[in-house]
Design a protein around this ligand. Structure first.
Ligand code: GAP
Length: 572
């Protein structure tokens, strides 16, 4: 008969959650690596069944496939997200809606964890940043002042034949030039992708075009791609549209990306308003309110997380570029001066990078992209992107800009209200300058899923799993009673589950062989599995905690479970 006292368990769990000495106790009494655990376990035949066949006795032999990510295609990521309930196409039962996505049960958790981690890192744990949650629709004059009404556009080209619309800077054309005599015999036009894929597509197209001509067997020179904003009218008249295969594209025209709506009962020009294309302007127009009510002193920042909407001409690469997305932005206000902004900019670059690594981005896939010359907005002093190597190529993940005092000056002029700051130390009045780290939640989630994508062999058995950092993993812990039809096991496991659930998103899994349950949790990136076995109720009131990445197991007394997990998940 089980000798375990359930009331004592509940009490010990509660105590362990609050008493700091338990954390010390945990550190001193944390037993063992998996090998020791396996040996301990091997003394009990019942305990064997908490391991998969291949994780038995000798301890796991894990061989990581370091190349797994290199072979991944975007389609693999998209279908993984759908299969595991992370992200679905929006309105799927109506065949979807281009550029919109829905987060499923695990995706919603993941997204919330990412936003909470950002907020904690950049707002609540700092003294110099306050939060804001502004409306999505602002007075439309906001967008006149900010320049979005006149300048927030992308160049587009239309296919006159198919009526399809493309971003001109995402279509690349190249002449097909014969090697023998430099003669241009036609053009190819391909969509932006990584270099290798673009060349592959272009070769296919050139081959097809040459097949029916006298140039069939001839060699051609390497392609020299230019995007369609850089081609002349004569050239455009020869460039085939990706839609029709014929030269039916218009010259590029500007297309404003803001979504329009009407506010109020009237649906005329006077009621036109816009869904915000960035969260930043909500911060600038609240500068005085936030300053006045928080008694902040420069340098200080205002942070906001929220939805942004852009009517992207070609939403693509899944949630990388969508029409509805979320941003996490800080406007960090600093004194003016040519020699002031640089250290702040560098600090924000460093802090942004550290945050991204802390939530689980692979550093080896990250890089810097410093904007120079034409790539820099006219009012900006500097802008550096943090890039990430997605399966479709290296792209911007976030930007850290030094924007001068452009925005506050514009809003001050547009509203007629002074948006300046009085420094009571120097007795100076000035319009502050700003450093703006701006990060897309969805783009970060895609990068996190790519970073977590993992494959290994555990004692010769292939395993695919998601290596999410415990901080952002959608499910933190799974509780597994060894057998679902043994009431004494189930009730103790349930009690532990209920207690853990007060703190984290925890999964209950009582069905199937334990090994199969581990795999199910590995697939969705659950970092810890806790098994309740007969020793728990008969011998040591302990549990087995299995680590997803190493598959190693440790045995811990029940009252040390919460301190252990707190340290692993929350870092304290
Ligand atoms: N306030 C500055 C700003 O909005 P941005 O470079 O246009 O700058 C900042 O956007 C970040 O927002 C990008 O680095 C990206 O992470 C995210 N983002 C922008 N457009 C997006 C889109 N269409 N879909 C998903 N994320 C997007």
């Amino acid at each position: 008969m089980p000798s375990f006292n359930k009331k004592a368990l509940a009490l010990s769990l509660l105590l362990s959650a609050t008493a700091p000495e338990n954390m010390l106790a945990f550190q001193s009494s944390l037993r063992t690596t998996s090998r020791v655990a396996s040996r301990t376990i091997s003394s009990s035949t019942r305990m064997f069944s908490t391991e998969t066949e291949t994780e038995k006795e000798a301890g796991p032999q894990v061989v990581v496939n370091e190349e797994a990510y290199e072979k991944v295609k975007m389609d693999d990521i998209v279908s993984l997200c759908k299969r595991r309930g992370i992200i679905f196409p929006s309105s799927e039962i109506y065949n979807g809606f281009a550029g919109f996505y829905d987060y499923g049960p695990l995706g919603a958790e993941l997204k919330k964890n990412v936003k909470d981690a950002w907020w904690k890192n950049f707002v609540t744990s700092r003294e110099d940043v306050v939060g804001l949650d502004s409306s999505i629709i602002h007075n439309p004059t906001t967008w006149k002042s900010s320049g979005h009404l006149d300048g927030f556009s992308d160049p587009m080209v239309d296919c006159k034949e198919t009526k399809l619309r493309y971003r001109a800077d995402q279509l690349f054309a190249s002449p097909i030039v014969l090697e023998e005599n430099d003669e241009t015999i036609g053009w190819v036009c391909v969509q932006e992708a990584n270099d290798e894929d673009m060349v592959k597509d272009a070769k296919k197209m050139a081959k097809k075009m040459m097949k029916s001509t006298e140039h069939k067997e001839k060699k051609i020179q390497a392609f020299s791609f230019r995007d369609l904003t850089e081609v002349s009218e004569e050239e455009m008249a020869q460039i085939p549209s990706p839609g029709s295969g014929e030269p039916t594209l218009t010259m590029p025209r500007d297309f404003n990306l803001m979504f329009q709506t009407n506010v109020g009962a009237m649906s005329d020009a006077s009621s036109v308003a816009y869904l915000r294309p960035e969260t930043a302007q909500g911060i600038f127009i609240n500068f005085k309110n936030a300053l006045g009510t928080s008694r902040a002193k420069i340098p200080f920042g205002i942070a906001q997380i929220g939805k942004a909407f852009r009517n992207e001409i070609t939403p693509r690469n899944f949630i990388f570029r969508s029409r509805e997305f979320e941003q996490m932005e800080v406007e960090y206000f600093i004194p003016p001066g040519d020699d002031v902004w640089q250290p702040f900019h560098e600090k924000w670059m460093q802090e942004s990078k550290e945050f991204l690594i802390d939530v689980g981005l692979r550093e080896d896939l990250m890089g810097w992209d410093v904007h120079e010359g034409d790539g820099l907005a006219h009012y900006a002093r500097a802008c550096t992107d943090i890039t990430f190597r997605f399966p479709f190529g290296t792209q911007e993940l976030m930007g850290i800009a030094a924007r001068g005092n452009f925005d506050l000056t514009q809003h001050s002029e547009g509203s007629g209200k002074a948006l300046d700051y009085f420094d009571d130390q120097t007795k100076e009045k000035y319009i502050p300058h700003v450093i703006e780290p701006s990060l897309g939640v969805d783009r970060l989630i895609l990068a996190l899923i790519c970073s977590a994508y993992a494959e290994d062999e555990v004692n010769g058995e292939k395993r695919n799993f998601l290596k999410f950092s415990p901080k952002i993993a959608p499910v933190k812990v799974a509780v597994l009673p060894l057998l679902k039809n043994k009431e004494e096991l189930v009730s103790v496991a349930r009690e532990l589950y209920d207690e853990l659930k007060k703190r984290w998103n925890v999964s209950w899994d009582a069905t199937g062989a334990v090994g199969r349950r581990y795999r199910r949790q590995d697939e969705v990136g659950t970092p810890f599995c806790i098994t309740i076995d007969f020793d728990t109720i008969e011998k040591d009131a302990g549990v087995t905690i299995r680590d997803r990445d190493t598959t190693e197991q440790i045995r811990l007394p029940m009252d040390e479970v919460i301190p252990y997990l707190s340290k692993q998940i929350d870092g304290y």
